[in-house]
Design a protein around this ligand. Structure first.
Ligand code: ROI
Length: 157
């Protein structure tokens, strides 16, 4: 299965946090990291106070189920000392499964396509960078999605 994972961090050397999470994904036997986008810098969404974020998107190939992939992502978040306190608070690392093949998944643990991805420049722009022809289930072409959002805050590093 091909899947796309969004990575984000705004604490404790965000670039190094992304690199560390990517290394952990690569080291996982059942995951092959195929493509990585550039890193992008942006202000916290909704002007929530806090340091700038670094975001990226990677494409992986995996035999894991979506739920097993979620477990791996959460394990990596835990290993990098992610603390879940305030909703939308700062974080050392956030790993979101954006897409899992063409599947639409909706249960109490997973919503795929990731429900917020269509509003977020820091997801759509790196996704477009690595897969310009992508069709997002339920939402249509990645090109169409990128064209209708404000990308002015996003800086490609
Ligand atoms: N804002 C930016 N710029 N990047 C993120 O990855 C990010 N992640 C979040 C919230 C807190 C919504 N804001 C973000 O979870």
């Amino acid at each position: 299965m091909l899947a796309y994972i969004g990575l984000g961090s705004n604490l404790d050397n965000p670039k190094a946090q992304l690199v560390s999470a990517l290394n952990s994904l690569s080291e996982c036997n059942d995951i092959e990291v195929m493509t990585l986008s550039s890193f992008y810098k942006s202000k916290p969404l909704l002007d929530i106070p806090g340091p700038n974020y670094i975001n990226a998107v990677c494409k992986i190939e995996t035999k894991l189920s979506a739920l097993d992939l979620l477990e791996i992502c959460q394990q990596i978040e835990e290993n990098q000392h992610r603390v879940r306190d305030v909703k939308w608070g700062s974080r050392t690392i956030d790993l979101d499964i954006l897409l899992y093949g063409e599947q639409i998944i909706s249960n109490d643990r997973l919503n795929i396509p990731h429900p917020e991805m269509t509003n977020r420049a820091f997801v759509l722009v790196p996704l477009f960078e690595i897969e310009a022809d992508l069709k997002v289930p339920l939402f249509g072409s990645i090109k169409g999605l990128v064209d209708r959002i404000d990308i002015s805050d996003l800086i490609k590093l």
